[in-house]
Write a protein that binds this ligand. Sequence first.
Ligand code: GTP
Ligand code: MG
Length: 346
Amino acid sequence: MHPLAERLVAGDMRALARVCRLVDDGLGAYRTILKDLFPATGHAWTIGITGVPGAGKSTLTDQLIAWHRARGRRVGVLCVDPTSPFTGGAILGDRIRMQRHGLDEEVFIRSLATRGALGGLSRSAADLIRVVDAWHADVVVVETVGVGQDELEVTRRVDTTLVVVAPGMGDDVQAIKAGILECADTFAVNKSDREGADAAVRHLELMLALGHEVTAPPLGHVGAHAPASGRPVAGDVGGRWEPQIVRCVATAGTGVDELATALEAHRVWLHGTEAGAARRRERLAEAMRQDLRAALLDAALRAIGPEVERAVARVAGREIDPYSAADELVAAFRSSGSGAGRGAAP
Ligand SMILES: Nc1nc2c(ncn2[C@@H]2O[C@H](COP(=O)(O)OP(=O)(O)OP(=O)(O)O)[C@@H](O)[C@H]2O)c(=O)[nH]1
Ligand SMILES: [Mg+2]
């Protein structure tokens, strides 16, 4: 085992920070370390927190850290996407909102600035989630800003997704509607001390009601999704998770207990029902495909990088169509040795 991995698994926070840097930069022995760490993973419950900029995600995260710490749980926090053009200063804001936990040996907070990394943001986030998991975090919170494609992919890498909205951001909610319905397991209507909280709740309820018409499983399938134990599980409606909407005022800590409880209910659903188990399997398969895609691209670029460049130039010059160019690249990769399964990636 790599010495850094060994120290990390033993709970050394400085080793954890160093491994995170290696993974972030894709430098050094990071893949070896990730492989070493894998047996120590699988324990953490991961919560993704997303929503429009300024909705109060970091303030809520700070409150959730405190809630879990009060229960003796070790907590990791990853703040993703500080490089967004809309939120240039988020990296600082996120840290400031959570600074009271800065000296706590059982809380690890890290920002990710890895947009554009090979394999995408979600892959770096997924790697770091595993790293923090191997440090024996009980809970890993991943805060992302916005609900673009990258952020949605990140939310597919976590167990439970919390979407935070705030009154007066109705138009944003409208804009991110499609993505939100797909990824949210729980909604927080934060800033409920402000006018418009009722309207925001109603809006979400309506969106959910509309979504159900589309996503409700056919009647014949309901039996197949019955809870494994035969007992009903809170939040489970006919083999489907029913997202809860919780009002809160993050700055005052109001509603935090309800929110944390709603999130826990989702964890129970994931582990206590057939549908939850099916979802966990599906997420694993999706993550595997994502890792495969990244590893293949990695290997291909290493083997035939210059040919890829030439293909780009030929397509740009309209000498060849992009489909044929891609076919040719696949063929070239196959016959390069790496693609034929002989030379494994270093
Ligand atoms: N009135 C009120 N203000 C709040 C509440 N929660 C957070 N805020 C304030 O809203 C601002 C943004 O809070 P953050 O927690 O940084 O929001 P965020 O969603 O993490 O923001 P980004 O990471 O920049 O997208 C801060 O000034 C908070 O103090 C709340 O419940 N009520
Ligand atoms: Mg924030």
